[in-house]
Design a protein around this ligand. Structure first.
Ligand SMILES: C[S@@+](CC[C@H](N)C(=O)[O-])C[C@H]1O[C@@H](n2cnc3c(N)ncnc32)[C@H](O)[C@@H]1O
Length: 266
């Protein structure tokens, strides 16, 4: 098979305006990590709107994203607890997307709270346009814990609670972006829901994690980002030689063990 040379397209601008220039049903997979409306400082934009403005902002970019998605394509969206319930209903009821999964990203470190439980997760909604969403399970299996007859020893389904640590502030891979996502998390989404050569759109590109991983995996990334400094950051990241991704699922290092006592039949 010919090797696919990724054509990386990074666009500086507003997500809605720039998506508006792209062709209807031209994208195989959308991965969106929008601002969560938590007051983060993204350099030239502050992530703080009143509740209704944030709902309208979300509705507008989701409308464009759904227009661009091919039938059968998947739509993944990261979201914090404040808006996720409304977003779920919006995607299902207002945009008629089909729910495929609610993934919890459990990160192992973060700020400690004195009142209330310290937050240790963010969530990712997975929807598709039409029932028939691609799912390449064999590309995302993790090693089984035990050898047993009924287990597929090619590996287990990774489930819908994923543990990846944040890219630590002290790590060499950490970029000056406040919400850089771990590459292995994007790797799993991209491998599960796209094939080499597919077009993958991230309308809120940030430091460029989706584009970097998509490009390494031979997909065609399109990234949109409103802050030109982050576009420069993402372009520089795309040019770096690839050694490994900056994070891994700790289960990847598992060595399958014998069950102490295998029960008859399984
Ligand atoms: C949660 S961050 C994305 C982080 C990214 N996934 C990463 O790994 O670095 C959201 C990004 O959306 C950008 N942004 C905010 N409003 C935007 C808009 N209207 N259009 C495009 N990008 C926008 C922000 O500058 C910020 O970089």
């Amino acid at each position: 098979m010919d090797q696919i040379v990724p054509k990386n397209i990074l666009i500086c601008g507003d997500a809605v305006a720039e998506m508006g220039k792209l062709k209807t049903e031209s994208v195989d997979l959308i991965i969106a990590d929008p601002p969560y409306n938590l007051g983060k400082n993204y350099g030239n934009n502050i992530d703080l709107k009143d509740r209704e403005d944030y709902r309208v902002f979300s509705e507008n970019w989701v409308r464009e994203a759904v227009r661009l998605l091919k039938p059968g394509g998947s739509f993944y969206c990261f979201m914090g607890v404040k808006f996720i319930a409304r977003l779920y209903l919006m995607l299902e009821e207002d945009f008629n997307l089909i729910p495929q999964g609610w993934i919890t990203w459990h990160y192992t470190q973060g700020m400690g709270r004195k009142r209330g439980f310290s937050p240790r997760h963010e969530d990712i909604l997975w929807f598709s346009k039409g029932e028939d969403a691609r799912f390449n399970l064999d590309d995302v299996r993790v090693p089984q814990k035990y050898y047993r007859k009924r287990n597929n020893m090619a590996g287990a389904n990774p489930g819908d609670v994923w543990q990846f640590s944040h890219v630590h502030y002290c790590a060499a891979e950490r970029l000056p972006h406040p919400t850089q996502k771990p590459e292995a998390l994007l790797e799993r989404i991209i491998k599960a829901s796209s094939n080499p050569g597919d077009v993958i759109l991230d309308p809120f590109l940030g430091s460029g994690t989706t584009a970097r991983v998509a490009s390494v995996l031979g997909r065609q990334p399109i990234g949109i980002e409103i802050n030109p400094d982050y576009i420069d950051m993402a372009n520089a990241r795309l040019k770096e030689p690839f050694a490994t991704f900056d994070s891994t699922d700790p289960r990847a290092a598992r060595q399958s063990k014998d069950l102490p006592k295998e029960t008859p039949g399984g």
